[in-house]
Design a protein around this ligand. Structure first.
Ligand SMILES: *[C@@H]1O[C@H](CO)[C@@H](O)[C@H](O)[C@H]1NC(C)=O
Ligand SMILES: *[C@@H]1O[C@H](CO)[C@@H](O)[C@H](O)[C@H]1NC(C)=O
Ligand SMILES: *[C@@H]1O[C@H](CO)[C@@H](O)[C@H](O)[C@H]1NC(C)=O
Length: 160
């Protein structure tokens, strides 16, 4: 592959620990070309309404205003993945999760272990650079957590 695509950093924060506890949120370096994203959290109470706003930023002297924003009704999405961009993002993490047959109400421990970007993303026409996926989570209408994952996309290694 002439493309390097890897997670570079992860920062998560719970704003209400009676609702969600985030125990793990980090990027582990495997080697120069490969890193993994590892995450676990506990949803302390059943959550019936979940939404997430995903903003994608590209870094250029700090992160500039987002490239795009999508707003996903997570409970509807789990029933029927209605948004193709959300599905593309979800498919990046799904094989590494314990989310099998996940449906609302959501509760308990959610884990992502050893996730790395998968090949279908390589086909996106992304310019080389560093990007940030900013997920802002709302449970029952309240902002409860941020999960921020950045990744580097380096298109042409021979040019480095
Ligand atoms: C996530 O990124 C957004 C956009 O840069 C920022 O406003 C927010 O504070 C970040 N959250 C955390 C937990 O770092
Ligand atoms: C956290 O969530 C609990 C349960 O929903 C709520 O009673 C409490 O007011 C919330 N605390 C904050 C700081 O939002
Ligand atoms: C979640 O992460 C913490 C901190 O790394 C770890 O101690 C705990 O065993 C993890 N829990 C699960 C269910 O993976």
């Amino acid at each position: 592959e002439s493309v390097v695509f890897k997670y570079t950093n992860a920062v998560c924060e719970s704003f209400n620990k009676t609702i969600i506890i985030i125990e793990k949120c980090r990027v582990r370096v495997v080697n120069r070309q490969k890193t993994t994203f590892n995450f676990n959290c506990t949803l302390m109470q059943p959550v019936r309404t979940v939404s997430v706003v995903l903003r994608v930023f590209k870094r250029a002297n700090g992160y500039k205003p987002w490239l795009y924003t999508i707003n996903v009704n997570v409970c509807q999405f789990l029933e029927k993945p209605y948004n193709p961009i959300a599905l593309l993002v979800y498919n990046q993490f799904k094989p590494f999760t314990n989310f099998e047959n996940m449906k609302c109400p959501l509760i308990g421990i959610k884990t992502i272990e050893g996730a790395y970007p998968r090949h279908e993303l390589m086909r996106l026409p992304l310019p080389t650079g560093e990007y940030l996926l900013f997920f802002a989570w709302k449970f029952n209408g309240l902002t409860v957590a941020d999960t921020n994952i950045s990744f580097a996309f380096i298109e042409d290694l021979t040019a480095q």
